[in-house]
Design a protein around this ligand. Structure first.
Ligand SMILES: [Zn+2]
Length: 400
């Protein structure tokens, strides 16, 4: 069984009780160091590595500014990185070579080398040596300081409110749950009235509404219609093409934002219900399926890329949460009776589902998710009967 690990990343904002002037002094020295170093790289007119920067600026950083050696390393690394990013933008002609300036509002620290924790206290290296600062929001931060997270390079920041905060970057490795050990599943259906419906093994159900989106899309559709009605004289001109392109771009960005939100809420729902496997439809043949499921009027609103994007978001967010994904056969999921498996178009009428054979009744939008959950659970038994030799990532794209 090959179990892969996935890292979860988080930045925890810790508020510091800072009564002295040391942090202000430190940020001032750090930004001075950054700006001095920046002048050097700017003059060379190409990005250079942090080792080289160190050599050129060492005297100034250490002797003049009194920065500790780890801190001057951090200055060099950060400036080097900033100019590399600038060069990438220059290469694609987004901007031109310029002097980068840094304000005295943040400084970078490396775990153990120049920061550490003991209980509710942060200790960091300042210009006058190691100093301790009490965390004002320790109650919130406690669970990230219990030793289960690994700390990465983090930042001391001066916020607009005039207080000092430590932006603690941390990560944690989360092992995948095994599909064959799973007991709670959730089926996720992408729908028309609702963007997604989720149903768990113990019959908990959640609708992820699409009303907002329908509204938004109607506005866009009207804009597009108006544009098309404007007549052939305008249509096909450069500005009309640009306008259409802009509309499409806005729509793409909008759907992407919506998909991010829905996938996030979906993972929250799965985590709250202790789900270890999420089942979704294999949408390889989605166009065909949508044609039977969606009326002509709505068809264009349900572009397959948006569904695939949603699934992709769910997939990577599930991985971070240690939840496996299985894809199941999407055929007849909306027409099959979740109780007796009888398949018929007549089982559905509008928003209600009533099995013509056994009389089972429920909300029509829920049926797809329930059937997907069943098929996902069936897949698990297939794996088990094969000796449980399939790990979650390899199991994707298999059919029930
Ligand atoms: Zn039935």
């Amino acid at each position: 069984m090959n179990i892969r690990n996935h890292a979860a990343h988080k930045t925890i904002i810790l508020k510091l009780d800072s009564l002295d002037n040391d942090l202000a002094e430190l940020l001032r020295a750090f930004s001075q160091g950054m700006n001095h170093t920046s002048q050097i790289v700017f003059g060379i007119v190409k990005p250079i590595g942090s080792g080289q920067i160190q050599k050129l600026a060492y005297r100034y950083l250490r002797d003049k500014l009194n920065l500790k050696s780890q801190m001057s390393c951090n200055v060099a690394r950060q400036v080097s990185g900033a100019y590399k990013t600038l060069q990438e933008q220059v290469n694609i002609e987004e901007t031109e070579w310029q002097l980068l300036e840094f304000s005295p509002t943040s400084a970078t620290f490396s775990f153990e080398r120049d920061f550490g924790f003991s209980k509710d206290t942060l200790s960091i290296t300042t210009l006058t040596g190691r100093k301790k600062y009490k965390l004002l929001n320790y109650a919130y931060a406690q669970r990230y300081l219990d030793g289960s997270w690994r700390y990465l390079a983090s930042k001391l920041c001066l916020h607009r409110d005039g207080s000092y905060y430590f932006h603690l970057a941390c990560e944690k490795y989360i092992p995948d749950k095994k599909v064959t050990d799973a007991s709670t599943f959730v089926g996720v259906d992408v729908g028309i009235n609702c963007l997604a419906v989720a149903s768990t093994t113990d019959k908990k159900c959640k609708f992820f509404a699409g009303g907002e989106i329908k509204n938004h899309r109607n506005v866009r559709k009207n804009e597009r219609r108006r544009l098309q009605k404007a007549g052939s004289r305008y249509l096909g001109t450069r500005s009309s093409m640009r306008l259409l392109r802009n509309l499409a771009g806005r729509e793409t960005r909008f759907m992407t934002a919506v998909n991010h939100t829905i996938s996030k809420r979906l993972i929250e729902f799965a985590t709250e219900n202790d789900v270890s496997v999420i089942g979704m439809e294999d949408l390889t043949g989605i166009r065909k399926r949508m044609e039977s499921k969606v009326s002509q009027e709505f068809r264009y609103e349900h572009s397959s890329w948006a569904f695939r994007q949603l699934q992709g978001f769910v997939e990577y967010k599930a991985k971070e949460a240690g939840i496996a994904i299985l894809y199941v056969n999407p055929e007849y999921t909306s027409q099959t009776c979740p109780r007796c498996n009888h398949i018929s178009r007549n089982n559905r009428s509008g928003l209600s589902f009533r099995c013509e054979k056994c009389g089972y009744e429920t909300h029509a939008d829920r049926v797809g998710a329930m059937n997907i959950e069943h098929r996902t659970r069936d897949l698990r038994y297939i794996f088990e009967s094969q000796g449980g030799n399939v790990s979650p990532p390899d199991a994707t794209r298999l059919f029930a």
